[in-house]
Design a protein around this ligand. Structure first.
Ligand code: 16C
Length: 259
């Protein structure tokens, strides 16, 4: 069972491929992934988070934060989806071959380097929002998990997660093209809860529920009107989480369950 002392760094290292562990980015990946998991698993606390979307099981909270006059409101969303696993959720979010299917803000996506099976470097150009300049992003993406335990409970540390975090790539300098560089730190985490009714028999998709947490901080990197920005994310975050989870349900419905 998870405690305040859970050493996430150690758990993440145990799950990582050798190729990731050997890469110069590894210390940074381990630090950011551990920090993101810790904060994703933290409750909402008192006061700070405001609920701005509630749609069935999906809830989205934000904190209004500005840095140097730019809106960088952190987002924390929770959701529950019946019929998929945390592993399946993170698989479709991580692997580039599915991204154009579900990512509605994308203009182009390029894999800059596949460091390992569990770590990929991306350059993405996003759709322009009038009247602001178009944005692009360079980031590493890492897929990790903490293995299932015999007795899965909501406070045991088992989970799958994909973390995306901005990184400077000499091959793609910021503001080198006509886009303004955005900076992002994002985690998508999924925990699979198996209904006790399935004990002793084959698990069916009806027996599983994925508890999802998605946290994002996006710095727009340059001028964009605050009102436009807040209106855009209020529309785009819920659209993303609904569309993406529907996509994973559709892709997996006739496949064997991957726990
Ligand atoms: O996590 C998500 N996607 C991942 C894989 O692509 C990845 C990317 C995250 C970057 C998302 C920021 C893109 C903002 C660009 C402008 C949006 C254009 C919308 C046009 C729609 C027709 O981690 C899922 C991401 C879900 C969408 C989030 C939207 C957040 C907006 C924040 C404001 C950005 C500043 C825009 C300045 C004009």
């Amino acid at each position: 069972v998870q405690t305040a002392q859970t050493n996430w760094g150690e758990l993440i290292r145990a799950a990582a491929t050798n190729a990731s562990l050997k890469h110069t980015y590894w210390p940074e990946i381990e630090r950011v992934v551990a920090e993101q998991i810790r904060s994703a698993r933290m409750g909402l606390g008192k006061g700070a988070w405001q609920l701005f979307v509630e749609d069935g099981e999906m809830k989205m909270y934000r904190r209004e934060v500005e840095e140097d006059g730019l809106v960088v409101d952190p987002l924390k969303a929770t959701h529950q989806v019946k019929g998929i696993t945390g592993r399946e959720l993170c698989h479709y979010f991580f692997y580039p071959e599915y991204r154009y299917d579900w990512e509605g803000t994308l203009e182009t996506m390029n894999v800059v380097d596949k460091i390992a099976e569990d770590t990929i470097l991306f350059h993405q150009i996003h759709k322009r929002i009038w009247p602001a300049a178009q944005r692009d992003a360079t980031f590493w993406s890492h897929l990790t998990h903490v293995p299932d335990e015999e007795n899965k409970s909501e406070d045991s540390p088992h989970m799958w997660a994909t973390v995306n975090s901005s990184v400077e790539l000499p091959s793609h300098p910021p503001n080198g093209g006509k886009q303004v560089r955005i900076y992002l730190t994002i985690i998508l985490m999924g925990q699979t809860i198996i209904s006790p009714a399935a004990k002793g028999r084959e698990i069916k998709r009806d027996d599983i529920t994925c508890k999802i947490t998605y946290c994002a901080v996006v710095n727009p990197g340059g001028w964009a009107p605050s009102s436009v920005l807040r209106a855009v994310y209020k529309r785009e975050y819920p659209k993303f989480l609904k569309r993406f989870t529907a996509y994973v349900l559709e892709k997996t419905k006739n496949l064997p369950i991957k726990l």
